[in-house]
Every structure is written in structure tokens, then in C-alpha cells.
Design a protein around this ligand. Structure first.
Ligand SMILES: [Zn+2]
Length: 122
């Protein structure tokens, strides 16, 4: 009983993952905060899993932006650019879309794992 109390005291002192402050839809996280993501999110303290998830999210967003840019370019050239350039751009675009799909699957898996951990411990 005594050791349980000290253990509880210790976990109360431990700073928690602050994902809910940054991404409300992720909800409260019970994991201890370990990682500072200053570059991405103004010094939020996050658990390792959420830090990884946010990094993926940022990468995902920037790739999505690139695909959007390429779509616009492909639309705007409308047969005016030489064929090789267009084909190369289309190829690159398809590769990016493929990577996006892969990223989304990973993010979904990570989110599932976080939820499982949360439910599994109680
Ligand atoms: Zn977390």
C-alpha cells in the first residue's frame, strides 16, 4: 500500500503528454510527456507516440501541398509543356500519392495503438 502511494505521487509529478492542447481531436493522453516538439508546435510536451504521429502529420500535410501544386501545374500547362516534362511530373505526382496512402495507413495504425494502450491499462 505504501509503495502504491509513492508510485501515485511520482506519476502525479510527471508532466503529462499535452496532445489535447495541440490537437483537440486526439483527446487527453495519459502517457508521460517526453518529447519537446518546439519546431512544430511551440514547445508542446508530448509522449513519444504522439510526437511521432505529429511528425508524420506535418510530413503528410507538406506532401499533400506538393500534390496540389502539381495538379494545378498539370492543369495549367494543358498540353503546352513538352510531353516528357508532363509525364515526369505525373510520375512524380503518382509516387507522392502512393506515399500519402502509406503515411495515412501508418497514422491510422498509430492512432489505433494509442487508443488500445489507453483502454488496455484500465
Ligand atoms: Zn500522448
Amino acid at each position: 500500500m505504501f509503495s502504491e502511494d509513492t508510485n501515485k505521487h511520482f506519476t502525479d509529478q510527471q508532466p503529462r503528454c499535452e496532445i489535447a492542447k495541440t490537437l483537440v481531436e486526439e483527446g487527453e493522453c495519459q502517457w508521460p510527456g517526453e518529447v519537446h516538439l518546439a519546431s512544430l508546435l511551440y514547445g508542446s510536451l508530448l509522449c513519444a507516440a504522439h510526437a511521432e504521429l505529429l511528425k508524420l502529420r506535418e510530413r503528410f500535410k507538406s506532401m499533400l501541398g506538393k500534390v496540389f501544386e502539381m495538379d494545378q501545374w498539370l492543369e495549367s500547362v494543358n498540353g503546352e509543356a513538352d510531353e516528357l516534362r508532363v509525364r515526369r511530373a505525373e510520375h512524380h505526382r503518382n509516387e507522392l500519392v502512393e506515399q500519402l496512402r502509406f503515411h495515412r495507413t501508418r497514422m491510422d495504425l498509430m492512432r489505433d495503438e494509442l487508443l488500445l494502450d489507453k483502454d488496455g491499462t484500465t
